[in-house]
Design a protein around this ligand. Sequence first.
Ligand SMILES: Nc1ncnc2c1ncn2[C@@H]1O[C@H](COP(=O)(O)OP(=O)(O)OP(=O)(O)O)[C@@H](O)[C@H]1O
Ligand SMILES: [Mg+2]
Length: 324
Amino acid sequence: MGKSVNSTNSIVVKDLHKSYKDLKVLDGVSFSVKKGDILALLGPNGAGKTTTVKILSTLLHPDKGEAQINGYDIKSDEAAVRSNIGLTGQYAAVDEYLTGEENLKLIGRLYRLNKDDVNRRSKQLLEQFDLVEASTRPVKTYSGGMRRRLDLAMSLIASPPVIFLDEPTTGLDPRSRLTMWAMIEKLASGGTTILLTTQYMEEADYLADNIVVIDNGKVIAEGTSDTLKSKVGSDRLELKIAKNSSLEKAEKIIDGKVLNVDKDDRIISIATKKGAGELRRILEQLEKAKIDVVDVSLHRPTLDDVFLSLTGKVTSEEEKESKK
Ligand SMILES: Nc1ncnc2c1ncn2[C@@H]1O[C@H](COP(=O)(O)OP(=O)(O)OP(=O)(O)O)[C@@H](O)[C@H]1O
Ligand SMILES: [Mg+2]
């Protein structure tokens, strides 16, 4: 079947529905991803992230709705979709008893690349993912981060234009996470379109051009991290006043916008929508009144704030923290 021409969007998803018996897992999910962009599908446990990825990679059929990957329809053009995507699942799909190199070559042959291509691509990927030294060892001796990197390398063997990464950094230590982020960024800057799922606000914030927030199978918000953050409203300015004696006077000058005054630390918190401009104005007024400010900071709302204000729930990471 023919490829529908849509040069700007590599992934188009319309109104996906999926239920297991009475359980509605996807309830009308729609979004699109431009070529070369990174989209983060952000949501808590059970939101429907893996189900979405499985449907888009043709491993699962939707009850209703449609999607095109690189112009190919997931229902009528399954084979073409598969040859246009790479998938790194939530749980690493590596063979424990094979070496890293053997895993790569096995996948390469499954993709029916010829022997020369398999060898060339494997070598390239082992270098790119810093696995050359470990390449002749069985995977069961690899660390979690190494397995994740090998898994990602395997999904790239056929140089697909679109890749799906289901929670690519869950369980990685902070340094391995940064390495993975750098690799993902590099792929996108080379023109690969990436859909990744994550439960980490920070990850979506750092990597994604666009973020789709899903909860209970529904898209509850969508946009860049800046637009999502601006939905929760104001920035917070904090001014540390030099002397206790001038605290009250400072508060009067700033007037109206003061959120909180911390008398012990001499910090005045101010709500602002104007950010740096407002800051300059306030500092000028305080200077005129000869009030010394020793420290200044501007805080934008975090994506965690956004999630909380959208769902009324904290993210699972925070839940874990607060249960400790
Ligand atoms: N084969 C299945 N049979 C019944 N229920 C299922 C099946 N697969 C998934 N579910 C349910 O669908 C919901 C969404 O699951 P999904 O795996 O898509 O969530 P997720 O967002 O990927 O979560 P996580 O962050 O935990 O990976 C969950 O409530 C899950 O229990
Ligand atoms: Mg999942």
